[in-house]
Structure formats: structure tokens, C-alpha cells
Design a binder for this molecule. Structure first.
Ligand SMILES: O=C(O)CCC(=O)C(=O)O
Ligand SMILES: [Fe+2]
Length: 360
């Protein structure tokens, strides 16, 4: 069915689930149905706090999009990759180094991964305010749906999660929501491609090195191709399992800074999928949330929880950056700067006076 509001587009057919036995992370599932009442929120806040402090990742279910709506978003997410020619993609390429903003295409091979091998990930990033930049003609009919998707993520997913996380810090429910007005928010579609055997060898099968996200909360729409791994407390990498129509939520640097290290920005990476999924394209849909640009990412010391837990020392001798400075610094440098190898498997770069680590 198609009309002016939902223009027709080919269905994106996701890869079948993997039959390979993988060492999965045992992540908690937060059912947002309960978030409608104060008692429900208190119970969920305890779950979210445990999840964030023990794993740094959790699933969200019953987030308001039915399976059919999520499928439609994947159909639309495929458009900037499947229906735009490579030449045209250049026209809409982002200017990360110059502007510190990811809007537009991040084309393949823009990032250096390891040993001279560059990435095979292609992104198309859209600000929540879809009018900030021109989009490829193929995508234009879908802009109203994309704008609504941004609003949904911001107000129906991000805000409810932030209320739980504020309660977990014993702060007023709206304390974190108030830092996330409807501005300065990015949204990303990601697609990735198979690479050569030689490239896999040179990078140890790593597609995207271990990293933390730089915003507050990342919302990832679960998809079937296994590749995402998180660094567990015991130092091992665990796979993130696909759950149909679930969201995978994690904290980024900005939330770690605001919570004085109480909510950790968990390190994660993307590796080659298991053998039975290696010939499929992996299409991801993300909403990367940040605070408003002007927010200073200093610990919220009015939180009794932060007072009791103590503040992690990330800003030794430097002023905490604003969200804008942190976002621009991380965006401009990522995959471009010379990383300094330190102990085995960890490389470092300094952004706004803060050491950012990259894990192999
Ligand atoms: O592709 C994924 O599953 C995760 C990608 C990711 O971590 C990122 O883009 O920051
Ligand atoms: Fe990430």
C-alpha cells in the first residue's frame, strides 16, 4: 500500500539469523510499558541503573513502534545506499573534518582501522532537524517519515530512558530530559559491506575498533547480522544478540561525564559476522542522542548517588568541555588522527585535554 504520506519503496529483506553458536552478552531487557506510572518508573529505574552500571548496555522493548513500523524504517534506511549512485553520494558527503559534524554521507574508506586498512562502512546521517541540509532526491519523499522517526526516538524513547536514569541518580525526573531539548541531535543510518580476506587478516577481522560513543545515549534498532560486540567487565568481548523489534541502548561519553562515571560509556566494536552471515549486507539504524550543544559536561554534583559514589577523575586539570566542543573534537578526529599505541591493544588520542582510548 502506498499514498502521499507513505510513498512506495522496495522492501529491505534482512539477512536470516545466524545458526552459529556465539558467546552472547547477557543483557537485561527493560519493558517500557511500565514507564507510564510513577511506581512503574521507580521499578524500571532500578533495573536501568543496574544494567548501566553492570553492563553499560540494555535492551528496550515495547518502545511504541510495532514491528511493521520498524520494518518500514529499515526500508527507508536502505534508500540512501541502494538507490543513490556512488557519484551522487559524493555530492552529499559530510564534511566531518571541517565542521565536526557527521551530517551527510560518511563514505566508505574514510576511517583508518589498522595496518593501512580503511573501513567499509557507509553511513548516511541526518540531523533531527531534517531541513539543516539537502538530501539526495531519492530520499526526499521519505523526509516527513524520517522527521517523525526522529521525534519518536527523542520524545518516546530517549526521554523515558533519561527519566529512568535521572531517578537512578536520585535526581528530579526531568533533570536529564531538560538537558536534551529538541536540538543538536543526530541520527544515523549505517550500512556495511563485506571486505577482502586480506583486509580481514590485517585488521584481525575488526571492522570498527573498540570505542565509546561520544553522546549521551545511543539507540540502536536491533538487526539480525551479528557483528556488534561489547567489552565485558572480565575483559572478554561478548556478542550482542538480535531481538526482533528491540532497541539496544548504551551510554556514551557525555552521560559518563554528567554522571561522574556512574553510568559508564561501555566500549564496543564491530567485527566480521559469523560465516553463515558473511555474504549479507548489514543495515543498521541508529539514533545518536546528545545534550544541547551548550551543556557543560561536568558531573551533576547535586545527585546524592554521585556524591556517595565519588566522581571519576576524567578532567584532571582541564575544564570539562561543552557538548559542542566534545562532539566536534571527536567527530573531526575519529579515524583520521595518528593514534599513539600504549599497552597492547590500546591506542590513545587526546581530545579537549581528555584521553580517548581505542581498543583492538
Ligand atoms: O554497527 C553497529 O552495530 C554499531 C556501530 C557503532 O558502534 C557506531 O557506529 O558507533
Ligand atoms: Fe558505537
Amino acid at each position: 500500500m502506498s499514498d502521499a504520506l507513505t510513498p512506495e519503496t522496495p522492501h529491505y529483506i534482512p539477512a536470516p539469523g545466524t545458526q552459529t553458536l556465539l558467546d552472547y552478552a547477557d543483557l537485561p531487557i527493560i519493558d517500557l510499558t511500565g514507564a507510564g506510572t510513577p511506581e512503574g518508573r521507580i521499578a524500571l529505574a532500578a533495573q536501568a541503573r543496574d544494567a548501566m552500571t553492570n553492563h553499560g548496555f540494555f535492551y528496550v522493548i515495547n518502545h511504541g513502534y510495532k514491528s511493521e513500523q520498524t520494518k518500514r524504517i529499515f526500508d527507508i534506511a536502505d534508500v540512501p545506499f541502494a538507490q543513490v549512485e556512488d557519484e551522487e553520494k559524493q555530492v552529499y558527503a559530510g564534511t566531518m573534518k571541517k565542521t565536526g559534524s557527521y551530517q551527510g554521507y560518511k563514505l566508505r574508506q574514510y576511517w583508518h582501522i589498522d595496518n593501512g586498512v580503511r573501513d567499509q562502512l557507509e553511513h548516511y546521517n541526518i540531523n533531527r532537524d531534517i531541513s539543516k541540509r539537502a538530501h539526495p532526491p531519492a530520499l526526499r519523499p521519505f523526509l516527513p517519515e524520517i522527521a517523525e522517526f526522529g521525534r519518536h526516538n527523542h520524545e518516546e524513547v530517549l526521554h523515558p530512558i533519561l527519566r529512568l536514569l535521572a531517578l537512578g541518580l536520585e535526581l528530579p525526573e526531568e533533570a536529564l530530559v531538560n538537558l536534551h531539548g529538541y536540538s543538536a541531535v543526530g541520527e544515523t543510518y549505517v550500512s556495511s559491506y563485506p571486505r577482502s580476506k586480506e583486509e580481514e587478516l590485517k585488521t584481525n577481522n575488526v571492522w570498527l575498533k573498540g570505542h565509546t560513543d561520544f553522546g549521551t545515549i545511543t539507540i540502536l534498532y536491533s538487526q539480525p547480522v551479528a557483528a556488534l560486540q561489547i567489552l565485558a567487565k572480565d575483559g572478554s568481548w561478548k556478542w550482542v544478540k538480535h531481538i526482533e523489534n528491540a532497541l539496544v541502548i548504551n551510554a556514551g561519553d557525555a552521560l559518563e561525564f554528567l554522571s561522574g562515571g556512574f553510568y559508564r560509556a561501555t566500549i564496543h566494536r564491530v567485527v566480521q559476522p559469523p560465516v553463515d552471515q558473511q555474504n549479507y549486507t548489514r543495515l543498521g539504524v541508529f539514533y545518536f542522542a546528545m545534550t544541547d550543544d551548550s551543556v557543560v559536561l561536568a558531573p551533576l554534583l547535586e545527585s546524592p548517588v554521585i556524591q556517595r559514589a565519588g566522581v571519576m577523575k576524567v578532567f584532571d586539570g582541564v575544564e570539562p568541555p561543552t557538548m559542542e566542543a566534545w562532539r566536534k573534537g571527536r567527530t573531526a578526529a575519529y579515524g583520521q588522527s595518528d593514534l599513539k599505541p600504549t599497552r597492547k591493544g590500546v591506542e590513545e588520542e587526546v581530545i579537549n585535554g581528555v584521553v580517548v582510548k581505542h581498543y583492538n
